[in-house]
Design a protein around this ligand. Structure first.
Ligand SMILES: [Zn+2]
Length: 345
């Protein structure tokens, strides 16, 4: 189904349950089942309180009573988890749950105009103007624009980067990361995300403590930035020799760690799933003879992600899944260059 196609949101919503979606994210086992409810920690803001997030099974809706203070239907949930528009979330759902694209496509523009946002007072019955109706669909595929500014005066030698993450000053400088004292990423580690041309499209802000206090997200991303459109480190990775395999990891720090250990052809998904735009980026920078190694975290989400990614990328190139022997192992935990070299031997 082409990215710009109209989707019958109602049909998609009816076809999948919140339970299936939580299962997809590998978090269902953290949820407690009531007669008509599932409650657990909020997967969106990654909270830990086991009663903050509640699903009504019969209504197929969710609510986070904690930091998000928000609720919605199954597509709203995917949209928040993936940082996507509702339209893109519906396309994801169709892909993940193998829904029949024909049956899920809207037959008229009327249906495509429907958004699953809760109606705001006053505009519930008013038909939306044509421009507003088509805007989200166009916006969906648009790339993130390069920023017109740089965060400067970042503190490079921050203990979080050096002691906690084990990065060397060289790696820190290579990636341009550092502690930001003020501004939009104040009191966070700013991590520049670049497009394939090297333009900085956003800064991600990592809270500089392994486990942030309850209610504080580990990562902060600018409003309106769609990480699903980007692959972290793609700009550097594509400068590496063509015959080297491209390694796909989940996180920023997995990527920086492999780079530090001399393996520089590596990109991070910034999550455990691959978006359509990320797939397109990889396809664009590989050919039939290229090798790709998928090295996600050794946990439920990582395993689900890598199988899906392998299946999709094997259409374009040679794909290998790297499995760690130990549960919860992540590429970031590799401790030296020898260990990394062995992986690729
Ligand atoms: Zn929440």
């Amino acid at each position: 189904m082409p990215k710009s196609s109209f989707v019958d949101f109602k049909a998609v919503k009816a076809a999948i349950t919140m339970e299936a979606v939580l299962e997809h994210y590998g978090v269902l086992d953290k949820f407690k089942r009531g007669t008509d409810s599932l409650s657990g920690p909020c997967p969106i803001h990654k909270g830990s309180n086991p009663t903050q997030f509640r699903v009504s099974i019969s209504k197929n809706i969710w609510n986070c009573f904690s930091e998000c203070k928000h609720g919605g239907n199954v597509l709203d949930f995917i949209a928040r988890m993936e940082d996507l528009s509702i339209h893109a979330a519906a396309l994801k759902a169709i892909e993940w749950f193998n829904l029949d694209p024909e049956a899920m496509s809207a037959s008229s523009e009327e249906k495509a105009g429907e958004t699953s946002e809760a109606p705001k007072a006053g505009d519930a019955t008013k038909p939306k103007p044509a421009a507003a109706r088509t805007a989200p669909v166009q916006e969906n595929g648009a790339p993130n624009k390069p920023l017109k500014f740089r965060l400067d005066k970042l503190q490079r030698e921050h203990p979080y980067l050096i002691k906690e993450r084990g990065l060397t000053l060289e790696t820190i400088v290579d990636f341009g990361v550092g502690y930001c004292a003020k501004g939009m990423m104040a009191e966070r580690i700013a991590i520049p995300i670049q497009n394939p041309e090297g333009g900085v499209v956003a800064y991600a802000g990592r809270f500089p403590v392994e486990e942030p206090p309850e209610g504080t997200p580990k990562y902060k991303l600018p409003q309106g930035f769609r990480k699903s459109q980007e692959l972290f480190n793609i700009d550097r990775a594509i400068k590496e020799p063509r015959d080297m395999p491209l390694v796909i990891v989940e996180g920023f720090f997995d990527c920086m760690k492999l780079h530090q250990f001399g393996f520089r052809k590596v990109v991070a998904l910034m999550g455990s799933t691959m978006s359509a735009a990320q797939e397109e980026l990889i396809r664009k920078h590989t050919d039939r003879n290229s090798r790709v190694i998928i090295m996600l975290d050794e946990n439920e989400a990582g395993r689900a992600g890598r199988d899906d990614i392998a299946c999709r990328l094997s259409k374009y190139c040679f794909v290998r899944i790297y499995e760690f022997e130990k549960e919860d192992m992540e590429p970031e935990h590799l401790s030296n260059a020898e260990e990394v070299q062995q992986l690729f031997a």
